[in-house]
Design a protein around this ligand. Structure first.
Ligand code: DQA
Length: 147
C-alpha cells in the first residue's frame, strides 16, 4: 500500500512558526514519525510539501496512478481552495484531512473546510499526533476497501 502525505503552505516552517499553536516539532521530525508508523503498519509513505496551490494540485493528480490514498494537511488552502477540493474529487482516492490545531475552536474563517466534503474524514487538534491518527485511519479505511 502506498500513501502520499501532502503538506500545504507554511508547514515547512513548523518548529519556528507560532509554536504555541503548532508545536515545536519540525516538519522533518513529523515526517520521520509518520514514516516510522508507516513501516510499522507495512505501508510505504512518500512526502510532498508546497507553498503553492497549483503544485499541490499537480501532486494530487500524480498520485492517481501511484498511490492508494492521501493524507493531507492543506493548511491555509483548507479554507480557500476549490482547486484542491476538485483535484481530490477528480482522482477519487481516499483522503484523510488532518490539522495540527483544532480549526473548529479558532477564528471563524478557519472553521470552514472546502476539503472536508471530499475527504473520508478529518482529524484536528492533536498536534503532530493528528498525522499519526490520520495515517492509522486512512490505512484501516483502505484495508477495508481492499477486502
Ligand atoms: C492548519 C490550520 C490552518 O488553519 C492553518 O492555515 C495552517 C495549519 C493546522 O494544521 O492546524 O496553516 O492546517
Amino acid at each position: 500500500m502506498n500513501i502520499l502525505v501532502v503538506h500545504g503552505p507554511n508547514l515547512n516552517l513548523l518548529g519556528v512558526r507560532e509554536p504555541g499553536i503548532y508545536g515545536s516539532l519540525t516538519l522533518d521530525l513529523i515526517n520521520e514519525s509518520i514514516a516510522a508508523l508507516g513501516a510499522e503498519l507495512g505501508c510505504s509513505v512518500s512526502f510532498f510539501q508546497s507553498n503553492s496551490e497549483g503544485a499541490m494540485v499537480d501532486a494530487i493528480q500524480q498520485a492517481r496512478c501511484s498511490c492508494d490514498g492521501i493524507l493531507i494537511n492543506p493548511a491555509a488552502y483548507t479554507h480557500t481552495s476549490v482547486a484542491i477540493r476538485d483535484a481530490i474529487a477528480a482522482v477519487a482516492l481516499p483522503v484523510v484531512e488532518v490539522h495540527l490545531s483544532n480549526i473548529h475552536c479558532r477564528e471563524e474563517f478557519r472553521r470552514h473546510s472546502f476539503i472536508a466534503p471530499v475527504a473520508v474524514g478529518q482529524i484536528a487538534g492533536f498536534g503532530a499526533d493528528s498525522y499519526l491518527l490520520g495515517l492509522r485511519a486512512l490505512f484501516t479505511h483502505i484495508k477495508k476497501e481492499i477486502v
